[in-house]
Design a protein around this ligand. Sequence first.
Ligand code: XMP
Length: 514
Amino acid sequence: RLLIIDFGSQVTQLIARRLRELNVYCEIHPYQNVDETFLKTFSPKAVIFSGGPDSVVREGSPRPPKAVYDLGVPILGICYGQQVMMQDLGGTVEAGESHTAEFGRAYVTPADQRIDLLAGWFLEEREQVWMSHGDHVSKLAPGFEVYGTSPGAPFAITADLSRNFFAVQFHPEVHHTPNGATLYENFVRLAGFTGDWTMSAYRDEMVKSIREQVGDAKVICALSGGVDSSVAAALIHEAIGENLTCVFVDHGLLRLNEAEEVVGMFRDHMNLSVIHAQEQELFLGELEGVSDPETKRKIIGRLFIDVFQKYADQIEGAEFLAQGTLYPDVIESVSFSGGPSVTIKSHHNVGGLPEKMGLKLVEPLRELFKDEVRALGRDLGLPASFIGRHPFPGPGLAIRCPGEITREKLEILRKADAVYIDQIRKHDLYDEIWQAFAAILPMRTVGVMGDGRTYDYALALRAVTSVDGMTADYYPFSHEFLGETSTRIINEVKGVNRVFYDCTSKPPGTIELE
Ligand code: XMP
């Protein structure tokens, strides 16, 4: 296995992700936890030093234990990791000056001698990389040579081939170093990894570590029917079986047949213990007459916590709360919390729950990205149709019903949404679209059907492409598709006589209407 020593870079998890893509097992450990004894027990086959925000020139800045250089295994240092390695082994690092600092895109050109680490690189004579450094190496450590340079980093790629120590100034793990994955691939091959690690192996590791964390204690999980909480629940169930109880809160704002499908699948197909909390009356009652978007969100958030707590109190001895937090959630909350960003929407989540209830957290997906969670879900036997589902927000249909929510509107919206999604599936577009849904607008318009006048609701259809929901573009349906869908909805759903297609991207729009 491979050891990543984390010096605090924002993108350390991306290194792990690149390695998992190469089917190599790795673990990230913060530098503070890595000492000589740890190294002996861990016995890595290769080591990577991550980047980090500190400056090696500063007295007391983070270091690996010196013993790491005597393990006799390949080491790759990245950015701060390069500078640490150079300084530890006798080179010199200089503090940043404006003409040597580099942030963003840079181009590295090769030295005459090509090395195995760079197989597949420099096919076009120069290689785009992503830099983010103030300090730079100014004198190499003995034994090291330069194999690539950039305008701000004369020592962009360096290596001591006799020891298989490699040190690069840029970040090969990020998307903006397009050939970065190849560099990692070359590194792990030369370290002797065969790439036989799989998602099933990860699953086994996770199961083991959940058992270690939780022991015989009971765990509760708020199941939303979304991919993240579903995969987390399935994984924890595999680890601790009946000691996991899921609570599915039905707030009356779910899609057509959704509650039955989710509860049915987890109870019957996956054999989990699921409490179906039927709290429609409570939620819809409190939302009556409320039309302000933030007020709606706050009411739903508060009731959700109350309800969840009520059911959790019935589960004796619950000590842990399971959450399907993913790595991007972790990073966003770390890097943006307390920052200057404004609240666009109060997102509904159960983040405040554990403290309020005195529960500890189990978050087995914290290291994974969405597509990896999907792969894990498939491995756990969740049906493909379930894994590929579009995201659905916690406040549900409430935020797809701008203005006041009524039962009549919800009824119409559920039916129309089902027809719309059916159309998308029939045209084989579901997987191409990141998220699609209908919303019911707070207005009625006049129409004519048969020979009569109608005065009914208008619907907005939304469909977007996106990678992470942070930005999005509207999906370019054909006119035929839009026409056919509009006709079907108006014919099949009583109470609708007009259909709009929302062609706003994000920004300036948001994906949901509220
Ligand atoms: P917006 O509307 O902010 O949505 O562009 C971005 C993504 O987040 C989902 N969303 C939510 N998810 N709780 C959630 O779990 C929420 O309160 C919430 N609000 C929006 C939305 O469906 C889209 O995928």
